[in-house]
Design a protein around this ligand. Structure first.
Ligand SMILES: NC(=O)C1=CN([C@@H]2O[C@H](COP(=O)(O)OP(=O)(O)OC[C@H]3O[C@@H](n4cnc5c(N)ncnc54)[C@H](O)[C@@H]3O)[C@@H](O)[C@H]2O)C=CC1
Ligand SMILES: N[C@@H](CC=O)C(=O)O
Ligand code: NA
Length: 454
């Protein structure tokens, strides 16, 4: 007969009573939720691993700081270096480059498997961590580093490794999605909404990493490395954040049937020399309202992966927040701990394809250009001529009624033109915008946004 615990759930005895020792580095938003899951799910985790998971210490900066009661204060230590030397699995949720990198390297030197949520570190210096883990024969897992709770690293790294990925495209930063969503639905300004994202535990310690697109760029670099078996670092990513997105941009997006999303895109492209390469970019984009990405609200993330045989796959879920991120961390902890108990190893770094990383102007996409022009005959023809000269084809033009009327002394009024192009090379579009800006009849190029997902 199946044995049950006091809650009535079946109990599966662990295959060994020797615990797998887990050390936690950092006990902030994510770390606290990792402790909660380790504590509340202990019996299930032991059954899944085949041995109990014992939290042997929690390294913090300030042992006297107030903490959630779920954290056993007797486990707190300021000696992170000492802690990693007495663990089988080290979980790093401190963030930043140092001391996280040194601590993880020290952990693998001691033969511990490592689990990290630190996308900034992986995108800056992942190969050093991979090499150290490989030399020590230990696991390096990082599901939480990309798109929070959503299983995405594992599918790209393992499930799709028999296929050929062409493109990865999606929303990978919860904070900016939350901010853009509230700007669109409540007409709020960026700064006040960022403060709310911080309070909800979505933002990075320095939210500049979110709003300037560094966090999304780090995740894009990690995804590109995995998808294309090529080393891509954050420095390779063409990055633009959301700080230049105005309330006017958000309102116009709605008027033209779009919503603005910060997208990360990593794709195979043909370079100027005709050889295949990888292009990775992060930027605010206009997404048609009918597209599934337009319906991704709040701090949720969604990522499309396009692969040769699998076709299009969509991954959706909570991309930020303590508990969702802890879910991804614990999945990795169980995998690493299982290997401790039963043997085996997770995947190592794979960069055999070593594709060239192409510059930003290798990208091709559609654009929406908004400009204020003199409201008189012939201006649209002048603007169209500049586009045509550089091979940028127009998909649609919309002219709003002049909101600054002509004056009695003969000065023309101002009209707003909204031009949507067909797919065009980035370099051609940039040259066209520069030329349009120089036209005497053009008062201002108000905004240039890429259109994705049409
Ligand atoms: N919050 C989120 O939604 C997500 C966070 N992440 C990543 O998880 C990591 C942690 O993020 P959060 O928990 O949100 O940050 P947090 O700022 O809330 O927590 C980090 C903790 O580490 C502590 N710390 C700093 N230096 C330390 C040191 N030398 N030794 C020990 N502790 C130290 C800090 O005092 C703080 O309590 C970061 O790498 C972040 O990018 C990943 C996915 C989602
Ligand atoms: N700051 C990040 C946290 C998760 O990675 C985000 O907002 O997505
Ligand atoms: Na994830």
């Amino acid at each position: 007969m199946t044995e049950r615990d006091q809650t009535g759930r079946p109990t599966t005895p662990a295959t060994t009573t020797t615990p797998v020792r887990v050390a936690l580095l950092g006990c902030g938003v994510v770390g606290t939720e990792v402790v909660r899951l380790l504590t509340t799910q202990a019996a299930d985790l032991a059954a899944r691993v085949g041995a109990p998971l014992e939290l042997v210490g929690v390294a913090v900066r300030d042992v006297d700081a107030p903490r959630d009661p779920v954290v056993d204060r007797s486990l707190l230590t300021a000696d992170a270096e000492g802690l990693v030397a007495r663990a089988d699995v080290v979980v790093e949720v401190v963030g930043g480059i140092e001391p996280a990198r040194s601590l993880l390297l020290r952990a693998v030197e001691h033969g511990a498997a490592v689990v990290t949520a630190n996308k900034a570190l992986l995108a800056e210096d992942g190969p050093t961590l991979y090499a150290a883990a490989d030399a020590a024969g230990v696991d390096l897992y990082f599901e939480a580093a990309v798109a929070g709770a959503i299983p995405l690293v594992r599918p790209v790294r393992e499930s799709l490794t028999g296929d050929r990925i062409h493109r990865v495209l999606g929303i990978v930063n919860g904070t900016t999605n939350y901010v853009l969503d509230r700007m669109a639905t409540e007409g709020l300004g960026l700064a006040e909404v960022v403060a709310d994202a911080q309070a909800l535990g979505y933002a990075e310690a320095d939210p500049t990493a979110d709003v300037e697109g560094f966090d999304a760029a780090a995740k894009a670099a990690i995804l590109a490395s995995l998808a294309f078996h090529t080393r891509v670092s954050i420095a390779d990513v063409d990055r633009q954040g959301i700080t230049a997105v105005t309330a006017d941009d958000v309102a116009w997006a709605g008027r033209t049937g779009h919503v603005i999303k910060l997208l990360a895109i990593a794709e195979r492209r043909t370079g100027a020399d005709g050889a295949e390469g990888v292009q990775v970019r992060v930027h605010p984009s206009l997404v048609p309202l009918a597209h599934p990405l337009a319906g991704v609200r709040g701090a949720f993330n969604a990522v499309f992966v396009e692969a040769e045989a699998a076709g299009e796959l969509m991954f959706y879920g909570r991309g930020a927040g303590g508990a969702p991120t802890a879910s991804a961390v614990l999945g990795d902890v169980v995998s690493a701990a299982r290997h401790r108990v039963h043997g085996g190893r997770g995947p190592a770094e794979s960069w055999y394809a070593d594709l060239p990383v192409l510059p930003a102007d290798a990208a091709r996409t559609r654009y929406q250009v908004r400009l204020d022009v003199d409201d008189r005959p012939g201006v649209l023809a002048q603007v169209s001529a500049e586009l045509a000269e550089r091979g940028v084809s127009i998909e649609a033009v919309r002219q709003s009624p002049a909101d600054t009327p002509a004056t009695d002394d003969g000065a023309p009024g101002v009209a707003r033109l909204v031009i949507t192009t067909h797919e065009a090379p980035e370099a051609a579009l940039a040259a066209t915008v520069a030329a349009i800006r120089d036209l005497a009849s053009v008062r201002e190029v108000v905004s240039v946004l890429r259109v994705e997902g049409a």
